[in-house]
Design a protein around this ligand. Structure first.
Ligand code: NAD
Length: 358
């Protein structure tokens, strides 16, 4: 297995491997970039088929966190950790405490948070050993759950998309198709309803569908039918790779703005969307409300008004991305990556100048 020449290595600052024989912990922490601040990213626990799969996942995810935090305007870098194991069978308090010891070896260069396979309760156990843990502070109204903030950020971003695409500052009467009315999607649907949008929703769980229909007056459609609707905006809030050759050919919307991670099945799908005149809000930019929330939790003093104000910058960042993409003819996804690189690269230049001056 190659490390430095790994296709996802991409200038990672540090990749650390750790094993604790007593608890059975086998884990990797990847720190992609700390130009803007300590790296922050979730701790994923997954029964990876082999070490290579775990390494690939952690490298890909930590790099993504650098871009996400930079675009969210946070003084954070990008990092991620993975624990190799089945969270339902292998997770023990001893293993989580050993993970805390591992995190400490990086001396604060990496701050962890919950992710797939780990929970707020697990973070509390890791927190018995390490202070470099986020998502356990109960200062926020939702006790550490970032979903309400993610939903609010997507709502702000969706408004920015509507403004850029149609020059309108309200959502009244706009038809929005929404895939997945779970933690984020349902809250987003409620905000959209309050803003006067017409909602078409789908989910694979009947309970979730019923809640959106009963509480929000949304119209339920089939899981596959969602792509064929005559809607203005599509908000994917369920799963990744939802924008692919099949679905893009069917979508009739003018803009796509949703919470799901990794919406594009392949990078080239950003070009397909651009060529069809569909405005795409890059996923990691529009769904950053959660990381913004987690950042402020980590700061210790959680002021909901300050968090809300910061989340609203997602709208202005997206406007900048849309504008630059329109002027240059590039895809919004490509422009977002470049803006993020300018942001974390620029800070590096500032730091170097400061050091030189000192
Ligand atoms: P969730 O599991 O609570 O909700 C997802 C919903 O999608 C569920 O109701 C599920 O039944 C539904 N779903 C799954 N497959 C579907 C399909 N094929 N068709 C229709 N519905 C389907 O998850 P969430 O926390 O709401 O997150 C939603 C998405 O946003 C995920 O991609 C997640 O990675 C991303 N995201 C979430 C956050 C956050 O703060 N929770 C932050 C950033 C990104």
């Amino acid at each position: 297995m190659s490390i430095f020449s790994h296709s996802a290595y991409d200038k990672h600052e540090q990749v650390a491997f750790y094993q604790d024989a007593k608890s059975g912990l086998k884990a990797i922490i990847a720190v992609h970039n700390t130009n803007l601040g300590p790296s922050l990213g979730g701790c994923r626990m997954w029964p990876y088929a082999d070490d290579g799969e775990a390494l690939n996942d952690v490298l890909r995810l930590s790099r993504g966190m650098t871009y996400k935090s930079a675009m969210a305007g946070l003084k954070l870098g990008g990092g991620k950790s993975v624990i190799i194991g089945d969270p339902r069978k292998d997770k023990t308090p001893e293993l989580l405490r050993a993970m805390g010891d591992f995190i400490n070896t990086l001396g604060g260069r990496y701050i962890t948070a919950e992710d797939s396979g780990t929970s707020v309760a697990d973070m509390e156990i890791i927190g018995e050993r390490s202070r470099y843990v986020s998502g356990v502070v109960h200062g926020s109204e939702h006790g550490g759950d970032p979903s309400p903030s993610t939903a609010y950020g997507v709502f702000v971003g969706l408004k920015a998309a509507a403004e850029h695409r149609w020059g309108r500052t309200d959502l009244n009467g706009l038809k929005v198709s929404l895939q997945g009315v779970g933690n984020v999607g349902f809250r987003l649907a409620r905000l959209l309803k309050e803003a006067g949008a017409e909602l078409y929703i789908t989910d694979i769980f009947q309970d979730n569908i019923d809640r959106a229909v009963d509480e929000l007056g949304a119209t339920a459609v089939g899981a596959d039918e969602i792509f064929d609707l005559d809607a203005d905006l599509f908000a994917p809030c369920a799963l990744g790779a939802v924008l692919n050759d099949d679905t893009i050919a069917r979508l009739k919307v003018g803009a796509i703005a949703g919470a799901a991670n990794n919406q594009l099945a392949e990078e080239r799908h950003a070009e397909v969307l651009r060529d069809r005149g569909v405005l795409y809000a890059p996923d990691y930019v529009i769904n950053a409300g959660g990381i913004i929330d987690v950042y402020f939790q980590q700061q210790g003093s959680y002021d909901p008004a300050q968090v809300q104000e910061h989340i609203e910058t997602i709208g202005t960042t997206l406007q900048e991305v849309f504008q630059r993409a329109e002027e240059s003819g590039e895809t919004t996804a490509h422009v977002a990556d470049r803006v993020a690189e300018e942001r974390f690269g620029h800070e590096d230049a500032v730091k170097k100048t400061d050091t030189e001056a000192a």
